[in-house]
Design a protein around this ligand. Structure first.
Ligand SMILES: Cc1cc2nc3c(=O)[nH]c(=O)nc-3n(C[C@H](O)[C@H](O)[C@H](O)COP(=O)(O)O)c2cc1C
Length: 318
């Protein structure tokens, strides 16, 4: 079956499946595995300590695959400068850049004229329209089912995807809660021309930096196992529910503010859980789709099964 859409043509990939930026998890092994399996893998720039590490991670991906891949740049991280990271992405001629977490204006203007495709992650129609005006090649729309940072509006993927698609002319990639072929077909029916997944790719053998305890917690999750934290800071984000996230929510209820919360929500606390497996000393982002992930497979198997299931659904409705 033909899976060509404007997203596959734009990115030069076989299947319209994109691996989302995954802080402290998306390095060369995962990115190359996704790209080799026909999707678009990405490395997450801001998880790396400096631009030279990013350069070497980009080169590592290139040694592992000759397929297109992307770099994800989260620009809202407490004012951490990203200019040098962006320079490396452009110098290394990375095929795709995805931007999230802030105003992409400067990045998109710097990328213009370079041979790089730009994707902007949005969670509202206004942001999508703006991204299109600024010259983004496609938008990724994240609904509130998703893992990690979300929009402030609590809008689900089911409504946000067609709402955005009806208001922009560039291709829309749906994200948030998609873990299988059913989700992929639903997204395409809603007008998306591709999907982005985060949580599903954590539960894979090639996500080597995800500790087994974190992967297991995703497998064990039910529909109530995730919770939105950081809402009081205007930066809602979905994590696995745990005593640690309950602590965060308690502090948020007391309106203690960023200074009191910063240790609890820090990147270090995140890494203690997801990289080191210390569940009582940190937290891990994950989406509601965790409830439907029941195995740790290779990336190739995950993509193969998604396509197989989606094709079965397509043929059923012919
Ligand atoms: C552990 C984790 C870390 C994430 N880190 C980033 C990030 O650094 N940059 C980014 O653009 N999105 C990040 N996201 C969001 C994902 O790219 C993607 O939009 C989201 O996971 C989609 O929802 P899903 O988890 O239901 O598939 C993260 C998500 C998770 C689960």
């Amino acid at each position: 079956m033909d899976w060509q859409t404007r997203v596959t043509s734009l990115l030069g990939i076989k299947y319209p499946i994109i691996q989302g930026g995954l802080a402290y998890l998306a390095y060369a092994d995962l990115a190359a595995a996704v790209s080799n399996a026909g999707g678009l893998g990405q490395i997450t720039a801001m998880s790396l300590p400096n631009e030279e590490q990013l350069r070497s991670e980009i080169r590592k991906v290139r040694r592992m695959t000759n397929k297109p891949f992307g770099v994800n740049l989260a620009i809202g991280q407490h004012g951490r400068p990203y200019d040098h990271m962006l320079d490396v992405v452009l110098e290394e001629k990375v095929p795709v850049l995805s931007v999230t977490g802030g105003n992409p204006k400067n990045i998109l203007s710097k990328a213009r004229g370079e041979n790089i495709k730009t994707l902007v992650l949005v969670a509202a129609k206004r942001q999508a329209v703006k991204a299109e005006e600024l010259g983004a090649d496609a938008v990724m729309v994240v609904g509130q089912e998703g893992g990690g940072h979300l929009g402030r509006g609590d809008i689900g993927t089911m409504v946000l995807t067609p709402y955005v698609q009806e208001n922009v002319s560039i291709p829309v990639i749906a994200s948030g809660g998609i873990v299988d072929g059913k989700g992929m077909m639903a997204a395409m029916a809603l007008g998306a021309e591709g999907i982005e997944m985060g949580t599903r790719f954590i539960a894979t053998t090639e996500c080597v930096n995800a500790h087994v305890a974190y992967k297991q917690a995703i497998l064990d999750a039910g529909e109530q196992s995730t919770v939105v934290i950081k809402r009081s800071l205007g930066a809602p984000a979905r994590a696995l529910r745990s005593p640690w996230t309950e602590e965060i929510l308690k502090a948020e209820k007391l309106d203690l503010g960023y200074e009191q919360l910063k240790e609890l929500i820090s990147g270090k606390a995140n890494q203690r859980y997801i990289n080191e497996g210390n569940e009582t000393a940190g937290f891990g982002w994950a989406g509601q789709g965790s409830a439907r992930i029941k195995d740790i497979s290779s990336v190739e198997e995950v993509i193969h099964l998604i396509i197989k299931e989606a094709e079965q659904i397509r043929s059923k409705w012919k």
